[in-house]
Design a binder for this molecule. Structure first.
Ligand code: CMP
Length: 433
């Protein structure tokens, strides 16, 4: 049994996709210029063999469903037979028969020769699955849109050669370029009018292509604006949010200095986390996933805080889900002396000053990896100092309720905090006298 996410299966899928694209380019050319593309029957026979093998592989490829991998043969077969089997079989077997029997003289068999093109319809799904995590989805969709336009133009250009013949007696390559040029001007609704249909058959064909072109043009214009705006979703959402905030600040006549501070805060959020809100993101996830993602997101803070270095893994897991990120801008008061303590903070990035209530004495400066706010939680006392951010600060907040649960469960952890808290308190008291 193989898995659809196996590297080897993905390489195989890419190979089959490449053969489908080459077929898509070569078969219409073969129908128009069989002599110039005499190698096609052999090529298409090889491609048909690959397509047939691909069908066999589909029957032994496990697929993911709702978080589990389905590897039951019957379920796989049922799913495939109901899904892509019909088109895959149509793309592989008639080609296999026709090309190996040497029936490639066009005419009656032309529609059958075109059957391998059906394999192209799977291209988007295959590439999307392989490129999902690697390529920006908007760029991917834009790429697919361009691919389909070019593919449609190629096929139409070949049909136009069949319909309009070669009145100027051009060489195949020149005739193809001219026909492709006509297709593009018609599809894009530019229509210079330098190449016009002769006779009813050609005119009817042009009418159909014009209708197709108008619809395609609308589709392209409608899609492209959205796709380009979505290439950097985070940035466009951030810009939109900032515009809305600034409009509000202006409407409510917020002073310039405050307005600048708010803008600085958002630029910091953008620079450090592309404007994403971790809490909102985690909120939507189920508990098990939330824990894994939180462990990954908060890995840095766990590595930076020496207090966690020797902590048991279960303590880290208990704390990690309760840590809430909080950002402060330079000069912000994080804790005020005399207040009731409701949470303690770990510094992930930045620095804070520990100062007296009148702000005349600086007791200490705390930076990355250190914590504060533990004294009032531990001893149920009012805050013994004021804490002011001296730069942009990325902090993680742990509230009293969870702090109490954690120190109750992990006495060693409580002891490490208690020792440091006593030392700090003593130091501050002595300097206050
Ligand atoms: P808490 O009293 O809850 O709020 C103020 C915090 O400042 C306090 O907890 C300590 O975490 C911190 N703090 C107080 N004094 C010092 C000091 N001398 N050195 C470092 N941090 C201190």
């Amino acid at each position: 049994m193989i898995h659809s996410d196996d590297a080897a299966k993905q390489v195989w899928d890419l190979l089959v996709a490449a053969l489908a694209v080459l077929n898509g380019i070569l078969i219409p050319l073969y129908v128009v210029y069989p002599a110039a593309t005499g190698f096609l029957p052999v090529f298409s026979l090889i491609a048909a063999c690959f397509f047939a093998l691909d069908i066999a592989l589909e029957f032994i490829t496990a697929y993911p469903l709702g978080g589990v991998v389905v590897s039951d043969r019957k379920a796989i077969a049922r799913r495939y037979l109901r899904g892509n089997f019909a088109t895959d079989a149509a793309a592989a077997f008639p080609g296999l028969f026709l090309y190996s029997a040497g029936v490639f003289s066009g005419g009656y068999f032309v529609p059958l020769l075109l059957l391998p093109l059906l394999k192209l319809f799977k291209l988007g799904t295959t590439l999307r699955r392989i490129g999902e995590a690697r390529v920006n989805p908007a760029i991917f969709r834009l790429g697919m849109l361009v691919f389909w336009i070019l593919m449609a133009a190629h096929i139409i250009a070949c049909v136009w050669i069949l319909v309009s013949g070669n009145p100027e007696g051009l060489a195949p390559i020149d005739r193809y370029i001219k026909s492709f040029y006509w297709t593009m001007t018609t599809l894009t609704t530019i229509g210079y009018g330098d190449i016009t249909p002769k006779g009813s058959g050609q005119t009817l064909f042009v009418i159909v292509i014009e209708m197709f072109g108008a619809a395609m043009y609308g589709l392209v214009i409608g899609n492209i604006a959205g796709l380009i705006a979505n290439i950097d979703v985070a940035k466009s959402q951030y810009r939109e949010k900032l515009d809305r905030i600034n409009a509000f600040l202006k409407y409510r006549n917020i002073p310039d200095a405050l307005r600048r501070k708010i803008n600085d805060y958002y630029s910091y959020l953008w620079a450090t986390r592309k404007g994403y809100n971790e809490i909102e993101f985690l909120h939507d996830l189920p508990v098990a996933l939330k824990e894994s993602v939180a462990l990954h997101l908060n890995k840095e803070i766990i590595e930076r805080v020496p207090l966690f270095e020797k902590a048991e893994p279960s303590l880290i897991r208990d704390i990690i889900l309760q840590l809430e990120p909080a950002v402060f801008t330079p000069g912000d008061y994080i804790v005020r002396a005399g207040e009731l303590g409701r949470d303690m903070f770990f510094i992930s990035k930045g620095s804070v000053d520990v100062i007296s209530a009148d702000e005349k004495v600086t007791y200490a400066t705390l930076t990355t990896g250190q914590f504060f706010g533990e004294i009032s939680l531990l001893l149920s006392l009012p805050r013994n100092a004021t804490i002011k951010a001296s730069s942009f600060c990325d902090l993680y907040r742990l509230d009293k309720e969870h702090f109490d649960i954690v120190i109750e469960r992990y006495p060693d952890f409580k002891e490490s905090i208690r020792v440091l808290a006593a030392k700090r308190r003593e130091e501050t008291e002595s300097r206050r006298k």
